[in-house]
Unconditional design. Structure first.
Lengths: 205, 386, 85
């Protein structure tokens, strides 16, 4: 398997294929800034919780410039991992039901109390009918990620995976390390293996 | 299929209907249900129908394990289920050739409430909770948690298949569980998704779902094709597909569900299939969507059932619990009744019944859908079909 | 724009996270759903919460909501008649 594109987003930095992009905003505002500069025509962004916003802008940067970008397809899987699940937003939902005297459970917040919703948002945006999955690990374990994404290709329909680590602890603390991985022979592309993934994530390229 | 088969080694169900697979199957076959009305429960203003464990039920059973560590109800139910499944095998869970795979939507989420039984909020992290469970069995591998909404139970089985096919493990312990709470019930109420009475899958009078809680375990292993017995259960093909339509509303074309079915079925499989065990949650939209998907896939002449009328929607446990009961049913030459169904209320007629029906076929499909537009299908066959 | 309509529009914009929309952008007589705001089934459920939280009006289900949420004007009229807060 080969990595054709990679992206890292932390509250202070946006890196695409090893090159840092120029943003002065930080934290939650950084995600909005990426949306404004990169997309700006998808108002649904503002209904999303922080995890979805992170995954959405990261995937937009990853897919930017891909030929036939919005052509419906079933051969691409979206596979994410994290350790926080949807806890960041779960806390927001809990606030709407915590106080018995101010009990107004919010459906718009409740719908985002599942971590896999971000895979659905990306599928909707890009018309991906393929596999969408979400795994939770106790920490960023590169070997598990590598193996599970490799396993995803056992579904013979799947020819590429948009996948990686997508974690949000609160609206200003998050990290995304996403990759576009393809089942291709081209030797000039980077191998999808744990040593290389490690270098990209920890910026040792 | 190649030469390597993924076989079921053992299973268990822990539910308000009983603590063994056998007890659960007999209860469901007899038409029993643990769904009841709960009023002013967890301080929720509106009453709701759900199948819940009785107070202390899990604790009493768990105490028999004489553990010195503290576990949440969620973890206790899972440990119990795994333990009972393991007892049917010679597998040593502390081996590094054994992989734990856990399916859950919300885990210990009720710990976010103020009354959190003395556990830190960190215990609400699914990976942390899974680690406590796997540590109970002294397993050295990092447990994998699947949190893919209500299809998690099928996804976990697919993950197990793939892990076994890759030869990274020799046994995969797949367990699914969700425990109901104020958090979950209030959320579904805000979606107006709950029925005020007994759920009625595919019925013209259906008004929504009932919620439930359970833990269910399947232990899978790997065998050569030539070593498989006639009555052994094989999980053959699984697929996960997205509707790419809406994050909570089902697709009007049943897109993802149809594509998942299409991927796992070959023409030659169709005459072998005893039934499709659907998601059948009894919401207006889900059941309609499934009827469209099944029809589009050309499978409308295969009997369909839903088991939500016995346990309600057990979320992370559903895919595993319902697969186990379906295997039991085929072994018993039976298609379990769709409890709560009377009159067809979906636009594409399906072969449904509120009675048990006989069958001598030896394969079935497990179908599920979930929030996020995801859908999953899994094809099971008995060894005799090889 | 009358006071109650303006207030309602601001509340709708807030609870539905319509970030780039101002009250002036919403035509109070135009259909709320199926119009340019791109509202969906979840938004309808949130408006049900808004009615109860801000005005003490309990709508039972999305079907009842359909008639009430026809437009901002229709909503405002309904609130005027039925509010308990």
């Amino acid at each position: 398997m080969k990595i054709t594109c990679s992206i890292n987003i932390t509250p202070n930095k946006v890196v695409v294929n090893g090159k840092e992009l120029n943003y002065t905003e930080r934290g939650e505002k950084l995600l909005t800034a990426i949306y404004r500069r990169q997309i700006n025509d998808y108002p649904k962004f503002f209904k999303m919780d922080s995890l979805c916003r992170l995954g959405f802008v990261a995937s937009e940067l990853l897919l930017n410039g891909e030929p036939d970008r919005f052509k419906p397809r079933e051969d691409r899987a979206v596979v994410f991992f994290n350790s926080s699940s949807s806890l960041c937003n779960d806390e927001n939902y809990q606030k709407t039901i915590q106080d018995k005297n101010n009990y107004f459970p919010s459906p718009a917040i409740f719908v985002y109390t599942l971590p896999n919703i971000v895979t659905g948002e990306i599928a909707i945006r890009n018309k991906y009918y393929g596999e969408t999955s979400f795994y939770v690990l106790d920490r960023l374990d590169i070997e598990s990620m590598e193996q599970i994404i490799n396993d995803t290709f056992q579904d013979l329909t799947t020819k590429s995976v948009l996948g990686g680590w997508l974690d949000c602890k609160d609206k200003d603390h998050f990290e995304a390390h996403l990759f576009l991985i393809k089942d291709e022979e081209t030797s000039s592309l980077t191998n999808w293996d744990k040593i290389i993934i490690n270098k990209i994530i920890y910026n040792k390229q | 299929m190649g030469h390597t088969m993924i076989v079921k080694i053992a299973d268990n169900i822990i539910s308000p209907l009983g603590f063994t697979t056998e007890r659960n199957y007999q209860a469901v076959k007899a038409g029993e249900s643990s769904i009841q009305l709960h009023e002013r429960h967890w301080g929720i203003p509106e009453p709701f129908m759900a199948s819940l464990f009785k107070d202390g039920e899990i604790d009493n059973e768990f105490d028999k394990l004489r553990s010195t560590c503290k576990y949440t109800d969620f973890e206790k139910a899972i440990i119990l289920s795994i333990d009972k499944a393991l007892q049917q095998t010679a597998i040593n869970p502390s081996s590094d050739r054994v992989q734990f795979i856990l399916s859950t939507t919300k885990g210990n989420i009720y710990l976010l409430d103020n009354k959190n039984e003395g556990f830190s909020k960190e215990r609400a992290l699914l990976g942390v909770s899974a680690q406590y469970i796997s540590d109970f069995f002294h397993n050295p591998n990092r447990p994998i948690v699947i949190s893919n909404a209500c299809i998690s139970g099928v996804c976990a089985q697919i993950t197990a298949m793939r892990c076994l096919q890759s030869n990274r493990c020799d046994a995969a312990i797949v367990v699914g569980c969700d425990i109901q709470s104020r958090f979950i019930v209030s959320g579904f109420q805000s979606f107006k998704a709950l029925s005020p009475d007994q759920c009625k899958p595919f019925d013209v009078k259906r008004r929504g779902l009932n919620l439930g809680e359970a833990a269910a375990t399947i232990i899978y292993g790997r065998k050569n094709r030539t070593d498989v017995d006639n009555n052994e259960w094989l999980v053959c093909r699984g697929a996960i597909r997205n509707d790419a339509n809406h994050i909570s509303g089902p697709s009007k074309t049943g897109e993802g569900s149809f594509r998942a079915l299409r991927t796992i079925i070959q023409e030659k499989d169709i005459p072998q299939i005893a039934f499709i065990n659907s998601h059948g949650t009894s919401t207006l939209y889900n059941d309609e969507m499934e009827s469209i998907a099944i029809s589009r896939a050309g499978l409308q002449s295969i009997p369909v059932n839903s088991l939500k009328g016995y346990y309600g929607h057990t979320m992370g446990a559903a895919g595993i619990l319902e697969s186990i009961l379906s295997m039991q049913a085929v072994d018993d030459k039976n298609i379990l009744a769709t409890r709560g169904y009377e009159t067809c209320g979906v636009s594409h007629p399906l072969i449904l019944s509120n009675q048990n029906r006989p069958t001598d076929k030896q394969a079935f499909i497990k179908l599920l859908s979930g929030f996020g537009g995801c859908n999953a299908a899994l094809l099971f066959k008995r060894g005799g079909l090889l | 724009m009358n006071e109650a309509i303006l207030e309602l529009k601001k509340q709708i914009i807030e609870v539905l996270n319509l970030e780039d929309i101002c009250p002036e952008d919403i035509d109070e007589n135009a259909p709320l759903f199926g119009g340019g705001l791109g509202l969906d089934s979840i938004d309808a459920l949130e408006l049900i919460v808004l009615m109860e939280k801000n005005y003490g009006i309990k709508l039972q289900d999305p079907a009842e909501g359909k008639a009430v949420f026809k437009s901002v004007s229709v909503m405002a009229d309904y609130i005027e008649k039925k509010r308990t807060k």
